[in-house]
Design a protein around this ligand. Structure first.
Ligand SMILES: Nc1ncnc2c1ncn2[C@@H]1O[C@H](COP(=O)(O)OP(=O)(O)OP(=O)(O)O)[C@@H](O)[C@H]1O
Length: 252
């Protein structure tokens, strides 16, 4: 079973503003959530605004939108890392979030040990991990580097390991934030193939990316966010077209 149901969710971040009388306008180019003044010098950033959405098995949702539109925040709500300020979130099924490559990793432990550390963090059992550790190690192609501490890895090497672990978890829902684009060209291809097979198994995938190419390859539906609001929702091509029209780009 894989289900994500969001009912009218709003998420606000209260932020202590650093004092400034200057006001800058960003009206022409959309950026960020909605800013307003709160109490005692706080500013409120409304990152998500009254979003409702139901996704089920076989849905592969692309999240599109300008910088700060709310894509990562929405993924974090789906991963239950953030609770919405208002509204209701219902998630059924096992969730593997691949949002922050550092989550559940210990930089002083070896790559191999981190397969266990992150695997347990993602809800895998010790028995499951013992069976899969070598397959995950092999998929990451990190070879002898797996015996070195993770802090010595490049960001692409970390991404490979994090990706390998997250996509070998038996999961119903995979949440991805841009990371697929992190490896080198060959790993990127392999990572995409892995994601495609995951998606073919009728699991639920939600992916935020600025690459229309990646989104087209992996997703069948899309949600376009603007300042935290749903601007368009529907088949991927239609939503990419709507977004391209609003940004004056060709959507390629
Ligand atoms: N921890 C936080 N504290 C305060 N504001 C935050 C926090 N995280 C995000 N925001 C704000 O919420 C809004 C949405 O940010 P989010 O990271 O979800 O955007 P995004 O669509 O993923 O952007 P990008 O494409 O640039 O990665 C932004 O205005 C951002 O400033």
């Amino acid at each position: 079973m894989a289900l994500i149901k969001l009912e009218n969710i709003t998420l606000e971040f209260p932020v202590q503003a650093l004092k400034s009388d200057r006001r800058r306008s960003s009206d022409e180019r959309p950026i960020g959530g909605q800013l307003s003044s709160g109490q005692s010098g706080h500013m409120i950033v409304r990152a998500l605004d009254q979003l409702s959405l139901t996704l089920g098995p076989g849905d592969r949702l692309a999240l599109l939108g300008h910088n700060g539109a709310g894509k990562t925040t929405l993924l974090r709500v789906m991963a239950k890392l953030y609770a919405p300020t208002h509204g209701r979130v219902t998630i059924q099924g096992r969730v593997a979030p691949l949002l922050n490559l550092g989550f559940g990793m210990d930089m002083d432990s070896t790559g191999y040990d981190n397969i266990f550390i992150r695997g347990l963090f993602l809800g895998m059992s010790k028995a499951e991990l013992k069976k899969k550790a070598d397959v995950i190690a092999e998929f990451s192609e990190l070879g002898d580097f797996l015996d070195l501490p993770m802090r010595t890895y490049s960001s692409g090497m970390r991404a490979r390991l994090a990706f390998a672990i997250s996509t070998h978890v038996e999961t119903d829902i995979l949440l991805l934030d841009e990371v697929v684009a992190t490896g080198d060209a060959r790993f990127f291809k392999k990572a995409n193939e892995k994601l495609e097979s995951f998606a073919r198994d009728s699991k639920l995938l939600v992916l935020a990316s600025h690459s229309n190419k990646v989104l087209r390859e992996l997703c069948n539906k899309a949600l376009l966010l603007e300042h935290g609001r749903a601007k368009a929702f529907g088949p991927i091509e239609e939503v990419i077209e709507t977004y391209a029209a609003s940004t004056g780009t060709d959507g390629k």
